[in-house]
Design a protein. Structure first.
Length: 369
């Protein structure tokens, strides 16, 4: 090789910053040991990368090139060519969004996890998203419509505080089968929330459960509803049911659940006789408001008169379970609907009403006959 040397103008990085070379001129940055190409107008010129600075993936033989129109093309002769650009319809990278399969082709999208090959699986051909599962188009609603999302093992929806608001599980702890848990106002806990619904649970095929384990209403496999004995009421003093249609009711009356069993004394019998004369007919105000003259006539006793009958014999009426007196506060919620509170609340009206257990009242009157 001839002993010919060509030396280019050179300078430090700092010196290049303020230097504008002629068009086509090449200089050397002595700090970076790189070549700078100038265009006659750009201060600092254009630095060329050294071979040691270029990235090469150890498992691919492709190259990254420019199409000349601002797009970058990733080519690999061993694999089908892929393109990422603002106009690509397979994987579009734009200023404000990233879109997969914008062209609507039958191109699936899959994300693998550490141990699950189908962490996210979008099936374009069937328009279904699977989470943790390969989508199954044979799994449909009864109408034949295929689910639009399928989740393996369970789905948990939480709020910003990490409280579970909805859980869909295929095997709830403590029970088998499928369970649906609706949680509200409490932190997640095993097998229950503030209000929960379970299907296939060991206590029945359908359960409504609150945060207290024994406060549960269940439906068993035969369709019968039941609750834990002596733990729950149907309705509340200020929020009562209207009519109950039934072919009969049974009340617990076994000797083994009672104590202090005695005959009625003479004062109690005199009250019972008085009660017989207190039976009256009447119409309910709410019914008259709704139905006017068509409101029907009822027969019964006035609770305040029942109370007075006991007091006339020196007895405390509220020692006897045939009569009750309850207080609550009524108001309206933000949507104007009636709302009941069971403690004094600003803006709410105090209401006190008395009630009667007719099965006990009638037994009491019969005792004096």
């Amino acid at each position: 090789m001839p002993n010919i040397q060509v030396k280019l103008r050179r300078g430090t990085t700092s010196q290049h910053t303020g230097f504008t070379g002629a068009e086509g001129e090449v200089t050397v940055d002595t700090d970076k040991d790189t070549v700078i190409v100038h265009d006659g107008s750009t201060a600092g010129g254009h630095e060329l990368a050294k071979a040691s600075d270029a990235y090469s993936h150890p498992n691919h033989t492709g190259e990254v090139t420019s199409t000349g129109d601002g797009d970058t093309v990733i080519t690999d002769n061993a694999v089908t060519a892929a393109k990422i650009s603002a106009t690509d319809t397979t994987f579009k990278v734009a200023t404000s969004q990233v879109v997969v399969n914008e062209g609507g082709a039958d191109i699936d999208f899959r994300v693998e996890g550490n141990s699950n090959a189908n962490l996210i699986n979008a099936d374009a051909g069937d328009d279904i998203v699977g989470i943790g599962v390969t989508v199954d188009t044979s799994d449909t609603f009864s109408s034949g419509t295929t689910y639009k999302a399928q989740v393996k093992d369970g789905l948990r929806v939480i709020n910003d505080s990490g409280v579970a608001k909805l859980k869909l599980l295929n095997d709830e702890t403590g029970g088998g089968g499928t369970s649906i848990t609706l949680k509200s106002n409490t932190a997640p806990s095993a097998n229950e929330g503030h209000y929960s619904i379970f299907t296939g649970n060991v206590n029945g095929i359908l359960n409504f459960k609150n945060e207290t384990a024994n406060k549960t209403i269940n439906m068993d496999a035969s369709g019968d509803w039941y609750a834990f004995t002596n733990t729950q009421d149907l309705g509340k003093t200020g929020s009562r049911w209207d009519d109950v249609w039934s072919n009969g009711t049974f009340n617990g009356s076994d000797q083994n659940i009672k104590q202090d069993i005695e005959e009625l004394d003479e004062a109690e019998k005199r009250v019972a006789v008085k009660c017989k004369g207190l039976i009256k007919k009447y119409r309910l105000k709410d019914a008259v408001t709704k139905k006017g003259d068509d409101a029907r006539i009822h027969v019964g006793i006035i609770a305040q008169e029942l109370q007075a009958a006991f007091e006339s014999e020196g007895l405390d009426a509220f020692r006897y379970s045939m009569i009750g007196r309850d207080t609550w506060w009524e108001g309206t919620d933000s949507e104007g609907n009636r709302e009941v509170k069971y403690e004094a609340t600003d803006g709410y009206t105090e209401v006190t009403q008395m009630s009667v257990r007719y099965n006990e009242l009638l037994a009491f009157i019969i005792a004096a006959m």
